[in-house]
Ligand binder design. Structure first.
Ligand code: CAO
Length: 546
C-alpha cells in the first residue's frame, strides 16, 4: 500500500521568504527520513531542510532560487514499497553485531525484543578522562544508529561518539564538561519494534563498510587532519552530499565543490576537517581540479574549480610569444594564490603626515652626504612598525591551529622588486637596530635581490612585511598577507595635500598607508588602531621614545 506524503518547510524562525540555494533531490530519487532535501539561506544563516518522510520522490515543487517560508511544499513522496517500508526490527542486528567487542552494548538483543540499552564511550585510545565539549541529545529524542551523541576533546583530537542503537532516549548521563573514559555510560535508550527509527536503521544496515567502521571507533579529527594527504575520492556521480549547514557555508566560502570531498564523519557526513584535508591536498598538488590542470599548477586547483580556466587560442587574434614564468614567479605565484584563498583578509587605509619626517630625513642625508650612508623612508617605516607591533603584539603573531604563536623578536620583511619577480628579504632583529643600520642593510639586501644573490636565510623568519611602492607611485593598494604572518603594510608615493589646520588649508606631505590584516587574528578596530599609531609615529618621530 502506498501513500503520498507532502514534505513542507518546517518552522525556520522569523524568515518568511528565503531562497533555496541548493537542491539535493529530483523526481524518482529514493529518500529517507532526515535526508537533506535542500538548503535555504537567509541573510543570517543557511539551513538544511531534512525529509520527514521515506519513499520515492514523485514531485519536486521548488527549484534553485525559489523563495520559501514555513509550510511551503517542497516535495511529494510516495511512501510504501521497498524504499519506504519500515525495516523489520531484526534488520538492525547485523549492523550492531558487526561492531567489534570494544563497541558499546550491542543493539541486537534490544532490537529483537525491545528494552533499555546503555550506550557507552567506546575504546578511544589512551585517553582516560576527556571532557564532553558538545552534547547533541536530550531525553525524549529519537536517535538512530550512527547519530552523534557527543563530542569529546582530548589534547590531541576531537571525537564524535555515535550511537550504536536506535530508539528513544530515556536518560542522558553526561553533560557538557563531564569527564569521560572508555565504558562511561552516555545515554540510555529504549529500543523496540515500535521505535520510530525503523526505516533509518534499515538504511544503516545497507550502509557501506566505511560507515560501519565509524560505529566501532569515534571519528578522530587529528587522525583526519594528520593523515597523509590522499587524493580525495569524493562521491560517485549522482550521490547525495551530507554536510551540516555550517560546513556547507564554509565550503561555499572556500569555493569547494562538496561532491569532490571525501567524507569521514558519521553517516558519511562531510565534516570541517574533511574540507581542511581537501584544501591541503589541493595546495600540495595531491588533489587537482580543472583549474590546476589548465593553468599548469600555478593556481590552487580544486579550491577554485568553480569554472575551468579559460582556454583561448590567442594566435587567432594576432601574433604572440610564449615566455616561461621565472622560478621566482612560479614559487611566489603559488604562495600568493594560497594566501589569497585561505586568509580572510581586510585592507585598511590611513594617511600619515610625513612633512616633518621627510624634512628631517633630507637634513640627515645632507649631513651624512660624505659618508655615503643614505637614510630611506623604508627604514623609518620599519622602525615605526616595530614600535606599533610592540604596542599591539597580535601583529607579531602567527596562527598555529587553535593557538596564536606570539613572537618576542621583530624581523621585518620588505618586498623587493627584481627583474625576475618579487622577493622578500628580511631585516632581522629590527628592534635592536637604528635607522642608519636598517637603511644600509635593506639597501644591501635589495641589491643582492636584484642580482639574484639572496640566500634562503636572508628571506626567512619574517614576522611582518612592508611592501613599499613609494619610489614608483600609486595612491593605495591591497597587499596580500604573507602567511604565516598576519599582516602586511603597503606604502605608496607621498604627495602634497591640502590639510585644514583649523584656520586654513596648508600643504602637508601625506604618505598613503594600506594595511592588510588576517581577520581571524586582527579585527578592524585593532587594525585601525595600529594604522593610526603608525601614522602618529611617522608624523612625530619623538613618539618613538615615549
Ligand atoms: N614617497 C615618495 N617617494 C618615495 C617613497 C615614498 N613613499 N619611497 C621612496 N621614495 C623615493 C626615494 O626617496 C627615492 O628617491 P631619491 O632617489 O630621490 O632619494 C626613490 O623614491 C627610490 O626609492 P627606492 O624605492 O629605490 O628605495 P626605497 O628604500 O624606498 O625602497 C625597495 C627599496 C627595495 C623597497 C624598493 O626598491 C622596491 O623594490 N620597491 C618595490 C616593492 C614592491 O614591488 N612591492 C609590491 C609588492 S606586491 O606586488
Amino acid at each position: 500500500m502506498s501513500q503520498i506524503i507532502e514534505v513542507t518547510v518546517p518552522d525556520i524562525g522569523d524568515f518568511e521568504s528565503v531562497p533555496v540555494i541548493e537542491l539535493y533531490v529530483k523526481v524518482g530519487d529514493s529518500i529517507k527520513v532526515d535526508d537533506a532535501i535542500c538548503t535555504l539561506e537567509s541573510d543570517k544563516a543557511t539551513m538544511d531542510v531534512p525529509s520527514t518522510a521515506a519513499g520515492v520522490v514523485t514531485e519536486v515543487l521548488v527549484s534553485l532560487g525559489s523563495k520559501v517560508g514555513e509550510g511551503a511544499l517542497l516535495i511529494k513522496v510516495e511512501a510504501g514499497g521497498a524504499a519506504a517500508a519500515p525495516a523489520p526490527a531484526a534488520a538492525s542486528a547485523p549492523v550492531a553485531s558487526s561492531a567489534p567487542a570494544a563497541a558499546p552494548v550491542a543493539a541486537a538483543p534490544a532490537a529483537a525484543g525491545g528494552g533499555m540499552v546503555e550506550v557507552k564511550v567506546p575504546d578511544i585510545g589512551d585517553f582516560a578522562e576527556v571532557p564532553v565539549i558538545e552534547l547533541y541529545v536530550k531525553v525524549g529524542d529519537s536517535i538512530k544508529v550512527d547519530d552523534a551523541i557527543a563530542t569529546l576533546e582530548s589534547d590531541k583530537a576531537t571525537m564524535d561518539v555515535p550511537s550504536t542503537v536506535a530508539g528513544t532516549i530515556k536518560e542522558v548521563l553526561v553533560q557538557i564538561g563531564s569527564k569521560v573514559g572508555e565504558g562511561t555510560v552516555l545515554i540510555k535508550v529504549e529500543t523496540g519494534a515500535s521505535a520510530p527509527d525503523a526505516a533509518p536503521v534499515a538504511q544503516a544496515a545497507a550502509a557501506p563498510a566505511a560507515a560501519q567502521a565509524a560505529i566501532s571507533a569515534p571519528v578522530s579529527a587529528s587522525t583526519v587532519t594528520n593523515a597523509p594527504v590522499a587524493v580525495a575520492p569524493g562521491l560517485p556521480a549522482g550521490s547525495k552530499v551530507h554536510a551540516s549547514p555550517s560546513v556547507r557555508a564554509y565550503a561555499r566560502e572556500l569555493g569547494i565543490d562538496l561532491s569532490k570531498v571525501a567524507a569521514t564523519g558519521p553517516k558519511n557526513r562531510i565534516v570541517k576537517e574533511d574540507l581542511t584535508k581537501y584544501v591541503k591536498g589541493v595546495m600540495s598538488g595531491a588533489i587537482s581540479g580543472p583549474v590546476a590542470s589548465a593553468t599548469g599548477g600555478v593556481v590552487g586547483g580544486g579550491v577554485l574549480d568553480l569554472l575551468p580556466w579559460p582556454k583561448v587560442n590567442f594566435e587567432k587574434f594576432g601574433e604572440i610569444e610564449v615566455k616561461p614564468l621565472s622560478r621566482i614567479k612560479k614559487i611566489s605565484g603559488q604562495n600568493l594564490s594560497r594566501n589569497w584563498v585561505m586568509i580572510p583578509a581586510v585592507t585598511y587605509h590611513e594617511d600619515a603626515d610625513i612633512t616633518d619626517l621627510e624634512a628631517f630625513r633630507v637634513q640627515l642625508n645632507k649631513e651624512n652626504e660624505k659618508s655615503g650612508n643614505k637614510l630611506t623612508m623604508l627604514a623609518f617605516l620599519i622602525k615605526a612598525c616595530v614600535k606599533a607591533m610592540q604596542r599591539y603584539p597580535e601583529f607579531n603573531s602567527s596562527l598555529d591551529g587553535d593557538n596564536l604563536v606570539m613572537k618576542k623578536y621583530f624581523n621585518i620583511g620588505f618586498a623587493a622588486d627584481t627583474p625576475n619577480g618579487l622577493v622578500v628579504p628580511v631585516i632581522k632583529n629590527a628592534e635592536k637596530k637604528g635607522v642608519f643600520e636598517i637603511a644600509k642593510e635593506s639597501g644591501e639586501l635589495a641589491k643582492q635581490a636584484r642580482d639574484g644573490k639572496l640566500k634562503p636565510a636572508d628571506m626567512s623568519g619574517a614576522c611582518f612585511t612592508i611592501s613599499s611602492l613609494g619610489g614608483i607611485g600609486g595612491t593605495y593598494f591591497a597587499p596580500i598577507v604573507n602567511a604565516p604572518e598576519v599582516a602586511i603594510l603597503g606604502v605608496n608615493k607621498s604627495a602634497l595635500k591640502p590639510v585644514w589646520d583649523g584656520k586654513q588649508f596648508v600643504p602637508r606631505l601625506t604618505l598613503p598607508l594600506s594595511l592588510t590584516a588576517d581577520h581571524r587574528v586582527i579585527d578592524g578596530a585593532l587594525a585601525t588602531r595600529f594604522n593610526v599609531y603608525v601614522a602618529e609615529l611617522l608624523a612625530d618621530m619623538r613618539r618613538m621614545i615615549v
